[in-house]
Design a protein around this ligand. Sequence first.
Ligand code: 2GW
Ligand code: MN
Length: 296
Amino acid sequence: KPENFALRSSPGLVYNQPSALVSRTDVAPVTSWLAPIIWEGTFDPTLIDSIFKQQNLTIATTVFALGKYTRFLKDFLESAEEHYFVGFRVHYYLFTDKPEEVPEVKMSENHSLTVRKVPSMNRWQDISMGRMEILEKLIKDELASEADYIFCLDVDTKFHGRWSVESLGRLVGVIHPWFFDAPRNQFTYERRPESQAYIPAEEGDYYFTGAAFGGSLEDVHHLTKTCWEQMNIDIANSIEAIWHEESHLNKYFLYNKPSKLLSPEYLWRDINAGAGQIKVVRFTHVAKNNAEVRPN
Ligand code: 2GW
Ligand code: MN
């Protein structure tokens, strides 16, 4: 069970003494509901690896590549093999309408890739939002005996640094790289009360990206099921939230507080964009020419 951490490091493991007093002072390492926010310098990779090593976990990781988005797969998978849960068991589930375009990428020993064919979709909003339905079914029908945690990631992305067990938790959101220092009334939440994703100007905690979220199977199942239901109510009311499932995800996280937050290190803008608080860039959106990759 994911929650039962064995609080025992390997015998003889030497690591820096944790401090009750000293931490990063330039960033918040915890939310007002006491969920940790993961920043470089707030955890000891060696220690945390040794704790999780004893649990024999599998991390399911989903990614969608339909239409021209198959071009992102090579960099995504190759960089993941370099940086993502190295030494832990990972099962990628790749959903695509073009299985023949999936590149051959050598997987490390305990990582594996399953390719699933899905029908092509015409409206890109359907691709983006349809992910919630497919994820809900995958978790319910297949993952229970297969995995302990799941992360759902955009494919137009690349890993540059460690993303590993420090990111695991019951319900995990990633703070969007454009809004980590913005007041809540400037967040791009859905602002029309007619949408199920509506959040008024004076509410909201953080603005979370739709490009990466995860957690335990149970919690992410509830998230995907709820977002899919809320999006369908919007469809019945002829309204589509401004940032699609990202808007619904933000509404979900407002009422179901994440138990762990990942700092914008876990989805940065691009490898060279600066911000003093970002000591390590772990994962980025890659620059893409929308006119070139998006249908219509
Ligand atoms: C998406 C938009 C317009 C045209 C096509 C697509 C598209 C998306 C596609 O043709 N094929 C495809 O596989 N996708 C998948 O959906 C792919 O996994 C991609 O990473 C994901 C989200 O689309 P993306 O990356 O173009 O959207 P972004 O980078 O602007 O993402 C944010 O906003 C989205 C909703 O508008 C999502 O919430 C996304 O998770 C956010 O990062
Ligand atoms: Mn994207």
